[in-house]
Design a protein around this ligand. Structure first.
Ligand SMILES: Nc1ncnc2c1ncn2[C@@H]1O[C@H](COP(=O)(O)OP(=O)(O)OP(=O)(O)O)[C@@H](O)[C@H]1O
Ligand SMILES: [Mg+2]
Length: 1047
């Protein structure tokens, strides 16, 4: 809350109307959005935000005004603006009906709402008024129930501006009553069918309403004691006659003319001499420039009117007579006059014989007298009849006056005819429900005699309404045993007296002046000023409106222009014409103007004022004998649009409807009245706890509450069932209650906020723990995965190391095997070369032998010398051979060594990779054990070793030259044991010892190997598997693995 603004944010308040100059601008309801020192931001009911000066926020909205209510009498703050806001909010929800006590407010929806169906008729049947949401059927049903229960007349007064929906409401009531009376008889049909006929002759299109009733009517539905409709009676008031001869722009004449032109058959039109079908061809129909109505078919309407007339027992000749008179009116409108001069005086003559003849024919009167009656006037002066010529303007006025009276006569006659049909037993006493569809209060820019009559009627109705409301108030006070004598209320009796009740009232003055031959509108105004000028409710025109007079009506001041008052009040037409039509051949016309008025008694004709007052008095008498219901129709906008609520227009209507009188009467007494229980329920919190309400005396408790909270001298009363309070006491109670509530609300809010915050905190903490748990789990899982990955990597490194070691070993051995194989191949190549050389030497020796033989001959001759040379040569040769043998032996030793190494390598590979070599084992023979090799024929490897020996020439193997041990071969090609051992030693022994190229292997080496073998065999811990293979003395020591810890 801001220091400058006493209202809180979110509070509903009333705000002064902004930028409004109109007298109908009223405070509007809004909600505070933000408050600042000098201004306040408010949001109105249309959700529009606006800044207003802080001072424009008038007051807090009463709790009952914050939401809409069905009965506005329950509004704690019953004001014009609270009523308006309530109506606006409900209208926005398409709730067009709202009660104000026993009055029903109906806002025109300007759209068809689905609320008048059979379902609604059944729903509202036999229900109390407040039982269901407000509805026009509820009012109708209530009137019907009351009629049956109390056997008393009921009346429903419907009022409102033009276009507010009075006629529609009247029709709805009649439909409802026809539906619930339940007989579906012919009379109900006739009553309902009377409506289109009345509307055709009495309704017209105006700028405000396409189907505006230009007359007031009171329909009385008469019921039998059993509740069935027995008949009806229609009373009509003040038909607007000026419309027959003149229409404003965009307005039409009465519907019947347009329907007739559109709906008549050509022969009928021919008979009526209506050659032109278009309304634009008729002066009386074309002045408004509007000929058709949107959504309405004139031809179809004419068929309906004819059908309705048949239902209401109109005879064909009767219908035809009416049509003749209507056609005559149209021809009269087209009648042209010519200005002339007779005896130096203005005169007029008819300049249109054809139309004159048509009119004469249709009216059933001769042409010549008609011509004279239209252009001359006979007056009665000093006991003599004097005939004067009329000027053209006067002739036109006389014609129009005649037409107005003629049409009014037709209308009255039709209503009378309808009544003859639907009001079967007029004298039989019967209860009735009357529905009054009458024009509302009118205040135009130019108000004439009609407005005075209408407003007088409305003043009467307002008085009736106020009386009813006040009476109801009194009834309530009396029922509650409240002292109401001191409650005073001002009604509008003063205005009624001024206009039409007391002597020298306005109407009687107008009447007097109308009858006075020299009376004019100005003399009338002077008389009015003189007579009533000093009264507070009479207003004299200001300097700019000197020719006006005004009356302070209940709905506001209305200024009247007296121009034409007297003429309108006289409500007559030329006596010549009147006497002429009396002699007409048209019976219907004669029936309309029945009395033959002698010229000298013309002054005694009742004026309009008299006629109107008489019918009004009759109406008021009828109403006062009935129990009334009031329906106030409101027009929401001037554009006939749905969902458009013009506030100022509605305020004006509320004011004119006199609805505020209810509030005024209430405020004069005790406006706030609440049942004890409801009162205690609402305010018990202002006193200490009292226990359950069922066990309390609510009246006593209410008194306690008032004692505790209100000043001792406050004006309050305790009725039988209700407590009666004045506005200020109610406001005080509300304020105390809201303060206490606010305090309690803050306390409750504090407690609830504490609980909510704790709950929030706990959930927050729990959430945090959950999040932490998940994060920790995630962290640990991540660590574990890293560790597992490390272990996997370590295992891979170790495996790689082992594989590398294995591979290196295999590689070394392979390289060694390759070296030995290469050695073997090199030696074999060398042997080949050696053999070739020996061949060569052999050939050389043979050459030498041949040379020797050749030289034998010479030897004889040179014996001595030659023998010496031969001896030398032989020696040299032998030396060469020894060297050669020596070299061969060395080569053999080398080869054997390589073979042994190869065999060892194969054996090792077989041992280490048994699986891999399994297939090989099947293909390659297993290396034989030493024993096997000793007993069995030599293995293929030995064969490889022995192969060169086997191929050696026998001469060379058997011979032992120069210390070389010859290798013995068995006759089968196998060596014996000793020779095999010898061979082993020969082959492998050199691998242990230092290679000895000087001579053959000594016995010590052989012995050494045998001894070693024996020792091994003796040792039990050495596996025989090892001994089964040739002892490898030369197995290389395991290679040291360096750089082992590679990870
Ligand atoms: N309850 C309603 N539902 C739907 N439309 C309605 C209702 N009441 C009135 N209207 C509409 O408003 C128009 C004017 O209504 P209505 O003729 O009853 O006004 P009125 O008060 O009789 O006016 P006037 O005084 O000019 O005769 C109707 O033609 C109709 O279109
Ligand atoms: Mg109407």
């Amino acid at each position: 809350m801001d220091a400058g603004c006493p209202h809180r944010k979110g509070e509903y308040v009333w705000v002064k109307p902004q930028n409004a100059t109109s007298e109908f601008a009223v405070p509007f309801g809004a909600r505070i959005v933000r408050t600042e020192k000098t201004q306040t931001l408010v949001c109105d009911d249309r959700k529009k935000q606006l800044w207003v000066p802080a001072g424009d926020v008038l007051k807090a909205m009463h709790i009952t005004s914050q939401a809409d209510v069905e009965d506005m009498i329950t509004l704690g703050d019953l004001q014009e603006y609270t009523i308006l806001r309530n109506l606006e909010n409900r209208y926005a929800k398409q709730l067009i009906y709202t009660y104000t006590g026993s009055m029903l407010v109906a806002i025109n929806p300007y759209q068809i709402l689905p609320i008048y169906t059979n379902r609604e008729i059944q729903l509202y049947r036999n229900k109390a008024l407040i039982e269901l949401p407000p509805h026009i059927f509820a009012v109708s049903d209530n009137a019907f129930q009351r009629l049956q229960r109390h056997k008393e007349n009921q009346c429903v007064v419907i009022s409102g501006e033009s276009g507010a929906g009075k006629t529609e409401s009247t029709k709805l009531i009649l439909q409802y009553l026809a539906a619930i009376s339940g007989k579906h008889s012919w009379i109900e049909q006739q009553i309902i069918e009377a409506n289109p006929i009345m509307e055709a002759f009495g309704n017209a299109k105006t700028v405000r309403n396409d189907n505006s009733s230009r007359f007031g009517k009171y329909i009385e539905i008469r019921f039998t004691p059993e509740g069935a409709i027995q008949g009806a009676r229609i009373q009509q008031y003040l038909l607007e006659k000026s419309r027959i001869v003149f229409q404003s722009k965009e307005e039409r004449n009465y519907h019947i003319f347009y329907c007739m032109l559109a709906g008549l058959t050509p022969p009928e039109r021919q008979r009526l001499m209506l050659q032109e079908q278009s309304p634009s061809q008729y002066h009386y129909l074309s002045q408004g420039g509007c000929f058709t109505l949107p959504g309405r078919g004139d031809a179809k309407d004419f068929a309906d009117i004819r059908a309705a007339m048949k239902v209401l027992s109109f005879k064909p000749e009767e219908m035809w007579s009416i049509l003749c008179l209507l056609a005559a009116i149209l021809h009269l409108g087209n009648l042209r006059f010519k200005a002339t001069e007779v005896a130096n005086q203005e005169a007029a003559e008819v300049d249109d014989d054809e139309n004159l003849k048509r009119v004469a024919k249709l009216l059933g009167i001769p042409v010549a007298p008609l011509n004279l009656a239209l252009t001359q006037r006979t007056i009665f002066v000093h006991g003599e009849h004097v005939t004067t010529s009329l000027s053209k303007e006067s002739a036109l006025e006389g014609r129009d006056a005649f037409v107005k009276s003629l049409y009014d006569g037709i209308f009255v006659r039709i209503v009378r005819r309808i009544n003859e049909t639907i009001n079967k037993q007029p004298d039989r006493p019967m209860n009735s429900i009357g529905v009054l569809d009458i024009f509302g209060f009118e205040n135009f820019d130019n108000n004439s005699f009609e407005q005075l009559c209408i407003n007088y009627a409305n003043e009467n109705l307002q008085q009736f309404f106020v009386g009813h409301i006040f009476k109801m108030e009194q009834d309530e006070y009396q029922n509650e045993h409240i002292n109401w004598q001191h409650i005073e209320f001002q009604d509008n009796q003063q205005i009624l007296d001024l206009i039409g009740m007391k002597p020298m009232n306005l109407m009687s003055l107008i009447d007097e002046e109308s009858k006075f031959p020299k009376g004019t509108d100005n003399t009338l105004l002077e008389k009015l000023h003189v007579q009533h000028g000093n009264r507070s409710i009479y207003v004299k025109g200001k300097t700019t409106q000197t020719s006006l007079f005004g009356i302070r009506h209940y709905a506001g001041v209305v200024m009247y222009n007296p121009l034409g008052f007297l003429e309108k009040n006289r409500d007559s037409f030329s006596g010549d014409l009147r006497s002429l039509v009396q002699r007409s051949a048209n019976k219907y016309l004669v029936d309309i103007f029945p009395q033959e008025m002698p010229m000298d008694t013309a002054k005694k004709q009742p004026t309009l004022c008299v006629k109107f007052r008489n019918s009004l008095d009759m109406l008021m008498r009828t109403l006062s004998q009935a129990h009334p219901y009031f329906i106030r129709c409101i027009k929401p906008n001037e554009y006939k649009e749905p969902k458009n609520f013009d506030k100022e227009l509605c305020v004006r209507q509320l004011r004119y409807s006199g609805m505020m009188e209810t509030a005024r009467i209430r405020r004069a007494g005790y406006p706030i009245r609440t049942a004890y229980r409801a009162f205690v329920e609402r305010y018990r919190l202002l006193v200490p706890p009292t226990g359950p309400l069922e066990k309390c005396d609510c009246r006593q408790l209410a008194q306690q509450i008032c004692l505790a909270t209100l000043p001792a001298d406050s004006d309050r009363q305790f009725g039988k069932t209700k407590i009666f309070l004045r506005d200020e006491d109610d406001a005080s109670l509300e304020q105390q209650r809201s303060q206490l509530m606010l305090k309690s609300i803050v306390t409750i809010q504090r407690g609830i906020r504490r609980v909510l915050f704790r709950r929030y905190l706990q959930r927050y903490r729990q959430a945090i723990v959950t999040v932490q748990r998940h994060w920790r789990g995630r962290l640990q899982r991540r660590k574990y995965q890293i560790m597992r990955q490390g272990f996997h990597r370590l295992g891979a490194c170790i495996a790689a190391q082992q594989l590398t070691t294995k591979f290196t070993m295999v590689r070394c051995r392979t390289i060694k095997l390759q070296a030995l194989s290469r050695g073997y191949l090199a030696r074999r190549e060398f042997k080949g070369k050696l053999a070739a050389r020996r061949e060569q030497q052999k050939e050389e020796q043979q050459k030498l032998v041949r040379l020797k033989e050749e030289q034998e001959l010479q030897r004889v001759k040179q014996q001595a010398q030659k023998e010496q040379e031969q001896e030398q040569l032989r020696l040299k040769e032998e030396q060469l051979q020894v060297q050669e043998a020596q070299r061969l032996k060395e080569e053999q030793e080398q080869r054997l060594k390589a073979e042994a190494a190869t065999r060892n390598a194969l054996a090792m590979a077989a041992l280490q990779q048994p699986k891999r070599t399994k297939s090989l084992k099947q293909e390659a023979p297993k290396p034989p054990t030493l024993q096997a090799r000793m007993s069995l024929p030599p293995p293929p490897t030995t064969l490889i070793v022995a192969a060169p020996l086997a191929t050696r020439p026998a001469s060379q193997t058997t011979a032992k030259t120069n210390g070389i041990v010859p290798i013995l071969e068995s006759p089968q090609g196998y060596n014996d044991v000793e020779s095999s051992k010898q061979m082993v030693d020969d082959v492998f022994g050199f691998l242990n010892d230092e290679p000895d190229v000087s001579g053959p292997l000594g016995p010590n080496v052989k012995e050494k190997s045998l001894m070693f073998e024996r020792e091994l065999r003796l040792r039990r811990d050495v596996p025989t598997k090892l001994l089964s293979r040739p002892v490898n003395y030369y197995e290389a020591a395991p290679r040291k693995i360096v750089n082992q810890t590679r990870l």
